[in-house]
Unconditional design. Structure first.
Length: 158
């Protein structure tokens, strides 16, 4: 997954997507651009850049890789490799309408503020799981995406 930091003059923002409602995995959820590492990918960085291009039309040449967060396993059994990249504006994004209903941004300052980090829980397969929630106005960023963003905040501003 790509944690795309868009470097606006007023402060950076994080690029997020609202997935389409008819997807098999995580329909209508808010997520970072990303997907599976394919056999032809040369690792998680290449996969994150390829998926960001496929999902939102972000050219890999526009992304300066800053690093990566530790991989983690989601409640649904996927391993996620969060790759952090810097993107200088202007950038024109073209979402793939089969996968992405909307592309939007959240200010990095919102993500970094611990006051915006909340907890929730869900029962999945008979077991209660706890997760992070970032209630951005008009959005509910939760689960793996929120967890990755909280990890980013703890890494940048421990």
């Amino acid at each position: 997954m790509l944690i795309g930091l868009l470097g606006h003059p007023e402060g950076p923002s994080v690029i997020l997507t609202q997935r389409t409602a008819d997807l098999d995995n995580h329909p209508a959820e808010i997520s970072l651009p990303g997907g599976r590492v394919e056999a032809h990918d040369k690792g998680p960085v290449a996969a994150a850049l390829r998926e960001a291009f496929e999902e939102i039309g972000l050219s890999p040449e526009r992304v300066e890789i800053l690093g990566c967060l530790p991989p983690s396993e989601t409640i649904s059994g996927f391993w996620v490799y969060p790759i952090v990249g810097w993107i200088e504006p202007p950038v024109e994004l073209e979402p793939d309408r089969r996968e992405v209903a909307e592309v939007f941004e959240v200010p990095l300052s919102f993500v970094l503020d611990p006051a915006n980090h909340h907890r929730g829980s869900i029962v999945h397969r008979g077991e209660r799981h706890h997760f992070n929630v970032l209630p951005y106005p008009g959005r509910r960023i939760w689960g793996a995406t929120a967890g990755i963003l909280v990890d980013l905040a703890r890494t940048i501003a421990p």
